[in-house]
Design a protein around this ligand. Structure first.
Ligand code: GMT
Length: 384
């Protein structure tokens, strides 16, 4: 018999509020929980980008880091921990769901101990997203902290089987880890493409290739440009680069070097990449690692096939020769061939339809029950 509340949970969600996929997943999950009647409290240093305007049942608590002169490195993790303790106590939260291992999971297990001293039992559900495991897992200085955060959480999930395998390989994990895939909210994609926007970008109606990322080295944006150059050598196409980050200047320089500047548009950061995706014909995602590739799923939900690398969890989303193609990291020649095959007039429609159908397997209404089930499991086991 379950002791946990069956409706009306009060959940604290901790995430990075920025453009990254982990923040998007956490925010959309919180909004969906609130729509089902649960109370959701976001605890972050900024309002999450995808939160948008007011939603009934959704609250936001800002973590403010003090500028005490002694702190050369302000202790964000400790301020976050205190904020979690305060919000749990003030709003009588049932559980904390934290996204990304550090500092969020680490801070949450600390908050849980502090709350236990005050006689409160608050389980911690941790979702691992990607580089918290695949990149930081290779950095010895974080290993003990991440290992502890994983093992001391009440429930741990990964966003793909691949990330679960990486977690087991890189850390001393002494507990079960559940795979809960990322998801999309279909209603966000049920709007017509902005044809004026499309014709501005591609006045002659040539196909639009798109890349969306934070332009970090792991995204290999130069491979995007090099792939595009090979496609452009064969047919007229436009490339839409969405996002910003450390490798943007190099990508722009490469376009100038290859005399492609007139065919490539750098849009910069956009709050929501769905609009550019809706007017695109193909997504290029040649990442070095990608635990899931939320943007690939978002592209597919917009009916956009994907040419990606075959790393991490991408093959759990993008299906070879059905929704797109997967190639070895750095194989820009192969990716260009795949892009040309997809853009072929006879093929494009089928790829678009299959991409959309595949994305329908990862919708919020399918994924939310998994998280709710895990919440109840966490509540039951910490109550017993
Ligand atoms: O780990 C990161 O690079 C950042 C993180 C994020 O916050 O966006 O991205 C990861 O989580 C996303 C959401 O689960 C996944 O879709 C991305 O594949 C993953 N990024 C990498 O593994 C590089």
């Amino acid at each position: 018999m379950s002791d946990s509340p069956t409706t009306g949970l009060r959940v604290g969600i901790v995430c990075y509020p920025t453009f990254g996929g982990s923040g998007v997943v956490a925010t959309e999950l919180g909004k969906a929980l609130a729509m089902q009647g649960h109370e959701v409290h976001f605890i972050t240093y900024n309002q999450p980008v995808r939160l948008g305007s007011f939603h009934p049942g959704v609250y936001y608590h800002e973590v403010e880091v003090s500028k005490y002169p002694l702190f050369e490195y302000p202790p964000y993790e400790l301020v976050l921990t205190s904020k979690m303790v305060e919000v749990v106590q003030t709003h009588n939260l049932n559980l904390l769901h934290v996204h990304y291992a550090i500092p969020h999971a680490s801070a949450a297990v600390n908050a849980k101990c502090i709350l236990a001293d005050a006689g409160l039992t608050v389980p911690v559900v941790t979702t691992l997203h990607g580089t918290d495991i695949t990149l930081l897992g290779k950095d010895a200085s974080f290993k003990p902290v991440i290992t502890h955060a994983i093992n001391a959480s009440d429930v741990v999930t990964t966003v793909s089987q691949s990330l679960k395998d990486d977690t087991a390989r890189l850390f001393e994990v002494s507990r079960d880890v559940e795979v809960v895939h990322n998801f999309v909210c279909p209603s966000h994609f049920e709007r017509p493409p902005d044809l004026e926007f499309r014709s501005q970008l591609s006045p002659k109606g040539t196909p639009i290739l798109c890349h969306v990322s934070n332009f970090r080295p792991v995204k290999r944006v130069l491979d995007v440009i090099d792939t595009f150059a090979r496609v452009r050598a064969e047919r007229e196409v436009t490339l839409l680069m969405v996002g910003d980050g450390p490798d943007r200047a190099r990508a722009e320089a490469r376009c100038r070097e290859l005399d492609l500047a007139q065919d490539v548009v750098f849009l910069g950061k956009v709050k929501n990449p769905i609009e550019p995706l809706l007017i695109s014909d193909l997504l290029l995602l040649p990442s070095e690692t990608e635990s899931f590739g939320l943007v690939a799923l978002e592209a597919m939900a917009a009916g956009v096939p994907v040419v990606s690398s075959n790393v991490g969890g991408l093959s759990e989303v993008n299906v070879q020769e059905e929704t797109g193609f997967l190639r070895d990291v750095g194989d820009v020649e192969g990716m260009a061939q795949d892009a040309l095959a997809i853009l072929d007039d006879g093929a494009l429609r089928g790829f678009k339809q299959r991409a959309k159908a595949r994305a329908a397997e990862f919708t919020i209404d399918r994924i939310l029950p998994h998280y709710l089930d895990l919440y109840h499991r966490a509540l039951d086991s910490s109550a017993s």
